[in-house]
Design a protein around this ligand. Structure first.
Ligand SMILES: Cc1cc2nc3c(=O)[nH]c(=O)nc-3n(C[C@H](O)[C@H](O)[C@H](O)COP(=O)(O)OP(=O)(O)OC[C@H]3O[C@@H](n4cnc5c(N)ncnc54)[C@H](O)[C@@H]3O)c2cc1C
Length: 456
């Protein structure tokens, strides 16, 4: 099929949308490609925002390419401050508004990509609309938050997810008094409790006041702005000058739904393996979708930039007329909180239980390189594997050394369906400055195998 003159419109100008646009352009120089972004900025590193707010990097460094760069280098038209209000699938048109001038804007498409990301979940408690209360999903939020941090001495963070933890570090480094509230029994509820405890220790060691098992019931103000956080427990109230809500996100699908695009149980846009929706020629990618997870063997929402970029790439190929399938994710994530690297690939114990997979687990403590070598850092690895066929189910890693490498090897092993026996004998690198003869990952797999051979 010749794509000469075909017009591609992308809604959302960040990780998924711009990866897709760039990939489509590379495959087909004849396509006409327009990306519409409602914010005044596009193509920035959302993942760098905590470091921008901490003062480590400036706003310009977060922006990878400007709209002018996209036009010049890739012949992609990126229009910022354009909000798409309606998709008319049968007329192959989008209707939009220029948010700076209020002017209406209409564009025709042959193929459309929805890459609209997420919206924050705001808890239904009093006071979330007070000045000084923030959510953080993009640069617009960060630019709203930054000036308020200057005058704030006491910050409250509601929710101990990865953004909450990265922000706790940023705020401590800015000299704020930081109190972190989490309704569940642990920080980072996606980790097992024993691994999360190590993280909690690191937060406290660095001055974060951590309150787990504490449901925030209200935010209160003095009319002017937020002044305190209230919890259901005896803790009473905590004085604050600014509050960050890290209480989850959900796919941003209003535009899609009103156009007749189907959404699923997880709330995301349902796509086929080619990232196409139920409406022919309308694709979706990134955090607004629910897409295939290799571990769950079904579609689940995945709120990471890594997932968004890969889905965007697949969508871009298919927008350009190819037939490329999305391979699925294994849920790999890493973050930094103070001196600790924290990450996971695959399933945690809670997740394996809710998938009803019988499993064994083993946790080891090790150094990330030869014990006698200067700079060796302690790390903890916890491996999970299926009891019946010994297939690896997940790895959690926390530590003061190189955790990322172990997680990446485990992610690769998970993707290829390796067993503990295979993992325990993998031919990995070794020299004293970088590792151990038996890598901590080997040792974790060996420990889990011992559990299997001597149950109970
Ligand atoms: C503080 C922070 C740190 C993070 N750190 C990491 C990390 O270290 N590693 C990692 O993998 N992930 C990280 N993430 C997650 C990652 O940033 C997201 O998963 C990723 O940005 C999702 O990409 P996306 O393109 O799907 O959505 P987004 O990046 O959210 O982009 C969607 C875009 O669509 C636009 N849009 C929505 N509706 C419309 C409309 N109607 N018209 C026009 N435009 C519209 C939005 O304005 C937005 O710019 C982090 C997120 C945050 C908030």
């Amino acid at each position: 099929v010749s794509s000469r003159g075909e017009k591609i419109v992308v809604v959302g100008g960040n990780a998924a949308g711009l990866t897709a646009a760039s990939r489509a352009r590379r495959l087909d120089p004849r396509l006409e490609i327009t990306v519409l972004e409602r914010a005044p900025h596009a193509a920035y590193s959302t993942c760098g925002i905590p470091y921008f707010l901490a003062g480590d990097v400036d706003q310009e460094s977060l922006v990878r390419m400007t709209p002018a760069d996209f036009q010049r280098e890739r012949q992609i038209e990126v229009l910022t401050s354009v909000r798409v209000d309606e998709v008319a699938p049968s007329r192959r048109r989008i209707l939009a508004t220029r948010t700076d001038t209020g002017e209406a804007f209409e564009a025709r498409f042959d193929r459309l990509l929805l890459a609209t990301g997420v919206v924050p979940n705001v808890p239904e408690i009093p006071g979330t609309d007070l000045p000084g209360v923030h959510t953080l999903v993009g640069l617009t939020d960060a630019l709203r938050l930054a000036p308020e941090l200057e005058g704030a001495a006491q910050a409250g963070i509601v929710g101990a997810g990865y953004v909450g933890l990265e922000m706790a570090e940023a705020l401590i480094r800015l000299g704020k008094k930081v109190t972190l509230f989490e309704g569940r029994d642990r920080v980072l509820p996606g980790l097992d409790a024993d691994m999360a405890r190590i993280v909690e220790y690191e937060l406290r060691r660095n001055g974060v006041r951590v309150h787990t098992h504490q449901k925030v019931t209200a935010l209160a103000g003095d009319g002017d702005r937020v002044r305190s956080i209230h919890t259901g427990r005896s803790l009473g109230s905590t004085p604050v000058d600014v509050v960050l809500l890290d209480t989850g996100v959900r796919p941003n699908v209003e535009l899609a739904r009103s156009a007749g695009v189907r959404t699923g149980e997880g709330g995301g846009i349902v796509v086929d393996p080619w990232m196409e929706t139920n409406l022919p020629g309308i694709f979706a990618a990134g955090n607004c979708t629910e897409a295939f997870s290799r571990l769950h063997a079904r579609a689940v929402p995945g709120y990471l930039g890594t997932v968004a970029a890969k889905q965007g790439r697949v969508a871009g190929e298919n927008l350009a007329g190819r037939r490329t399938q999305y391979a699925g994710s294994v849920g790999t994530i890493i973050l930094k909180a103070f001196d600790l690297a924290i990450g996971k690939t695959g399933l945690s114990s809670d997740e394996a239980q809710s998938e009803r997979i019988p499993f064994t687990s083993a946790r080891i403590e090790a150094l990330d390189r030869a014990a006698y070598f200067p700079g060796a850092g302690k790390i903890w690895l916890k491996v999970l594997a299926a009891t019946d066929n010994h297939r690896l189910l997940g790895l959690q890693g926390v530590g003061y050394g190189d955790v990322a490498r172990r997680l990446d090897v485990a992610a690769t092993a998970l993707t290829s369906g390796m067993t503990l026996e295979e993992l325990a004998n993998l031919d990995l690198t070794y020299t004293p400055p970088f590792g151990s003869l038996w890598d901590p990952l080997h040792r974790a797999a060996q420990a889990a195998l011992r559990n299997l051979s001597s149950p109970g």
